[in-house]
Structures are given as structure tokens and as C-alpha cells.
Design a binder for this molecule. Structure first.
Ligand code: UTP
Length: 298
């Protein structure tokens, strides 16, 4: 059977962002800038670089600024051009042309699984990608994390969840997978899944491989999301629905390459800000000398 290419992506960005209050009272965490680019723009760019053509962002009533960010702003562009700021005008214009971006509201924050279910009619009967709105992955010089998963999907024709190892002290924060240790030994990043647990205690965790914000899913996932009851934290969990999908059809995990930042977490946000600033030519020297100065006082 011919495999349908992965051309659509869903970015759920309707969470409450409680870990980042009070900043997230009026500004969605996906719009908090890492240096000078909002988090969600990095994620949209990763999707585009991975071959995605249409993106659905799941929003809530507090997220108008995201729509404005990806729209044209003729007035601002005209003002920038009038004052000779061509480079800045081009920068603004480029954002509006990044991809075809659509929005749908999740009326209540009932969990990630519920947010993905809101994408059902947009996706139809195609495989699709999911990129969490607060997980930024940088794979300097290599394939974007999502592209690695799409390649694995194309090879296996089955859903793929992106994973990476986390410290034992962190397993209680994530969906943790149990991959088969026997299969695909020759390509160790890709493994068949046989269990998944959402936010387990360390003693119940089947491994330290955590699901980290990137998925390629077959549309059958919607059948399971539609009937999925609330799980951990009283929320409809995507992990629980993927686990049920896994009983009906093969699902793989892919240990993707790249540095992942949880920018919905204060420390993750600070790490991303420092690393991104240090990797920028215009900021590297001043930030590095400040960090050294600071380190000497600690
Ligand atoms: P998180 O659990 O990291 O987001 O969900 P949150 O609920 O906003 O975070 P805290 O714990 O309150 O700080 C992962 C992604 O799923 C989205 C979030 O916006 C985030 O990008 N999400 C979560 C939804 O879209 N809807 C939900 O009901 C829950």
C-alpha cells in the first residue's frame, strides 16, 4: 500500500502554563521569546524544515498574539520601510510567509490528548506530526528532530514517538516508554514499543526513555482519543491513547538526535536563553564575558 506523506502538523499550545505564572497570565508561554524569537516560531521553523506544509495550532482565548505573530503586519512593515529599516521589514515579512498556519480553539484545557483531538477534522485520514508548543529541539548541523521521526515513519509505515533518555530524578515528569531491546539492534535509535506509562514513580518506570514533544501519528489515534477517559492529573493524556493504539498496531519509539529544551519550565527557559545567545554571532562575546564574570563570583 502506498504510504501517504506527512505534510500536516499539529502544535498544541492551549495549556495553562502554570509553571510560568505570572508571565503566562496574559501571554501564552509559547510566545515567550528565547532571545528575540518566540518559542513557537522555532517550532514552526522545525516543522517547515521537516517538510510540513500545513500547521494547525491549538489555541485558547488567551492566544491572539500568536495569530498576530504569524500574520502580515502592513502598518509595522510600512513604518519600518519609511524609516529605512529594510532588514527589519524583511524579517517581519518572512514570518508571515513561513507556512500555511491555521488555528482552532480548545475550549477547556482538558489535557494534551484532548488538544490533539481538536485537530481531527483538520487532519482527516492522513498521518500527521505533533510538536509540543513548549519543547524546542536544536540539532546543529543535523536533521531536525521531526524530520528524523518522519524518516522513521516512512521506513516503517507506523506511528513513531520521539524519545530521549532523561535522568532518573526526572522520569516522574514524563511519559516513559518500554522499547523492545531485541529489535532493530542494527539501528538502535528505532525500537518497537511494548509499553508506555505517563509520569510514573521511578520504581514503576519501565526505562528512563521519555517521550519528548515530537510524534508522527497515524490517524487511527483519533479513534482512541475519542474514547479516552481522564488519566494522570485528571487530564486526557495522549500517552494513554497511544498505548491503546499500540495494542492494535505497531508503534515505534525513535531516540532522536538533538538538544531538547523544556521552555515551559523556568530552568529550561534560562538554559535555552543562555545557549541560544551564546550561539549567536552578534551576542556571543558579550554574553560569554558576562557569564565568565558571573561564574567567578559564584
Ligand atoms: P504541558 O503540560 O507542558 O503544558 O503540555 P501546560 O499544561 O500549559 O503546562 P503547566 O504544567 O501548566 O505549566 C504540553 C503541551 O501541550 C499543550 C501545552 O500548551 C503544551 O504546549 N496543552 C496542554 C494543550 O494544548 N492543552 C491542554 O489541555 C494541555
Amino acid at each position: 500500500m502506498k504510504k501517504i506523506p506527512v505534510k500536516k502538523a499539529v502544535i498544541p499550545a492551549a495549556g495553562l502554563g502554570t509553571r510560568f505564572l505570572p508571565a503566562t497570565k496574559a501571554i501564552p508561554k509559547e510566545m515567550l521569546p528565547i532571545v528575540d524569537i518566540p518559542t513557537v516560531q522555532y517550532i514552526v521553523e522545525e516543522a517547515v524544515q521537516s517538510g510540513i506544509e500545513e500547521i494547525l495550532i491549538i489555541t485558547n482565548s488567551n492566544k491572539h498574539c500568536m495569530e498576530n505573530h504569524f500574520d502580515k503586519n502592513y502598518e509595522l512593515e510600512a513604518r519600518l520601510l519609511e524609516s529605512g529599516k529594510q532588514a527589519e521589514a524583511d524579517l517581519i515579512d518572512r514570518i508571515a510567509g513561513l507556512a500555511n498556519i491555521y488555528y482552532v480553539r480548545q475550549k477547556e484545557p482538558k489535557g494534551l490528548g484532548h488538544a490533539i483531538l481538536c485537530a481531527k477534522s483538520f487532519i482527516g485520514n492522513e498521518p500527521f506530526a505533533v510538536l509540543l508548543g513548549d519543547d524546542v529541539v536544536i540539532n546543529e548541523g543535523g536533521k531536525p528532530a521531526l524530520k528524523q521521526l518522519i524518516d522513521a515513519y516512512e521506513k516503517m509505515g507506523a506511528s513513531v514517538v520521539g524519545v530521549q533518555q532523561v535522568e532518573e530524578s526526572q522520569v516522574h515528569k514524563y511519559g516513559i516508554v518500554a522499547p523492545s531491546i531485541h529489535q532493530f539492534a542494527e539501528e538502535s535509535r528505532l525500537k518497537k514499543l511494548y509499553d508506555m506509562v505517563e509520569k510514573p514513580n521511578l520504581k514503576d518506570a519501565p526505562s528512563n526513555l521519555a517521550v519528548l514533544g515530537r510524534y508522527v501519528l497515524k490517524p487511527e489515534i483519533f479513534d482512541y482519543l475519542e474514547t479516552q477517559g481522564a488519566g494522570t492529573g485528571g487530564e486526557i493524556q495522549l500517552t494513554d491513547a497511544i498505548k491503546r493504539l499500540m495494542y492494535a498496531q505497531t508503534v515505534y519509539s525513535y531516540d532522536f538526535e538533538g538538544h531538547r529544551y523544556d521552555v515551559g519550565d523556568k530552568f529550561g527557559f534560562i538554559q535555552a536563553t543562555l545557549d541560544f545567545a551564546l550561539s549567536r554571532e552578534d551576542l556571543h562575546d558579550s554574553v560569554a564575558s558576562y557569564v565568565k564574570e558571573l561564574a567567578a563570583t559564584l
